[in-house]
Ligand binder design. Structure first.
Ligand SMILES: [Zn+2]
Length: 357
């Protein structure tokens, strides 16, 4: 590099640093981000059942094609609409306010109040995971910007001078929101994920639950008992082998992200389906390998999968002991005691994850 060019770069860099300091931004210090703002593409669901996986730039650009110039300026370039001008400021109807860009529900009419500021105001969000907070040091002030967790669209700011019970004031741009009146049909992007349920018994449920919980597209994995004859069995009862239950994991999943077929393949990787009434050191019918199916389609797919597996080199000599039983015949799934749930997350010692199918 020529010395002249190097000197020029040095001057540009020094000027940029000086400008940042003047603007109140400390060089090298990234803006504060809460845990709500997540990496692009990492599959995540909120507790209220929405897919909040952070969209990538291409997806955001596709959605932004439908925005007006004003909405684009506010949502994508952190603009602010003039006070008392937004179309939702005086809206008093019951309903939900969703992100104008990606459709994620953000605020409810139940939390809306008249702040007198000229912008729609709410004292809480519909789900804390739907609204991300980012430190904003623009205009020589320190404020907390709020963004949509899914698309990172700019919404407004949140302040600590709101009413009870939260004491917060979420100050919104109308242009960042789409309002759906209570009872009105909402697009799929503004609805919770349509989930499906699967049940797998593959030995000690601590490990099976832990591993299923890590699959992208699984909303929840719960340890419990299924396939027995006693109502509300305890762990102690199940351990005697007399209730007939198998330690079972209930898997709630998003078929748009992970298929039942992929879960079957995964299930066969996290346990040994050739062992009869045992998994390694755990012996007894409660450790049997079983798939409890919720409908005929699951039964057909599980049976076809097992038949195909029988012919593979892994099982051609050893056979497969896995039972396929319709849940309607197996009886209810009973959640295990609280101390069995998320056992590995609470106590460490997580099982190694096999490669995903
Ligand atoms: Zn959004």
């Amino acid at each position: 590099m020529k010395p002249g060019l190097l000197a020029a770069l040095f001057v540009v860099s020094a000027v940029a640093t000086a400008l940042l300091v003047w603007a109140g931004v400390q060089p090298g210090k990234a803006p504060m981000k809460t845990a709500d703002v997540v990496e692009v593409g990492k599959v995540r669901y909120s507790k209220s059942g929405y897919d909040i996986t952070r969209l990538d730039a291409a997806a955001i650009e596709r959605l932004a094609a439908g925005l007006t110039d004003e909405e684009r300026t506010i949502l994508l370039r952190k603009g602010t609409e003039p006070a008392f001008c937004g179309n939702l400021l005086d809206n008093k109807k019951d309903g939900v306010y969703c992100c104008r860009l990606c459709g994620l529900p953000l605020f409810s009419s139940e939390a809306k109040f008249n702040s007198g500021t000229g912008w729609p105001s709410f004292f809480t969000s519909v789900d804390p995971a739907h609204v991300g907070k980012v430190e904003d040091r623009s205009y020589g002030m320190v404020r907390t910007e709020i963004v949509c967790t899914r698309c990172n669209g700019h919404l407004g700011h949140v302040f600590d001078d709101g009413p009870r019970p939260t004491g917060r004031r979420y100050c919104l741009n109308s242009a960042s929101l789409t309002f759906y009146e209570k009872g009105a049909e909402r697009p799929a992007a503004s609805m919770p994920v349509k989930t499906a349920t699967a049940y797998f018994a593959g030995g000690c449920f601590w490990g099976v639950e832990d591993r299923f919980q890590q699959i992208p597209g699984v909303l929840d994995a719960v340890s419990g008992y299924m396939g027995g004859t006693v109502t509300n069995p305890t762990y102690r009862q199940v351990c005697t082998g007399e209730t007939g239950h198998a330690e079972t994991v209930k898997v709630v999943f998003d078929p748009a992200r992970v298929s039942y077929g992929q879960l079957l393949e995964f299930f066969f990787r996290v346990h040994d389906p050739s062992q009869v009434n045992r998994q390694g050191p755990d012996v007894g019918t409660q450790y049997r390998s079983a798939i409890f199916t919720t409908d005929a389609a699951q039964s057909d797919e599980a049976r076809a999968f097992i038949e195909a597996q029988r012919k593979t080199t892994r099982f051609v000599l050893r056979g497969i002991a896995t039972q396929v039983v319709p849940a309607a015949e197996a009886g209810a799934f009973y959640e295990a005691e609280e101390y069995h749930q998320d056992y590995h997350r609470k106590h460490g010692g997580s099982c190694a994850m096999p490669e995903l199918p």
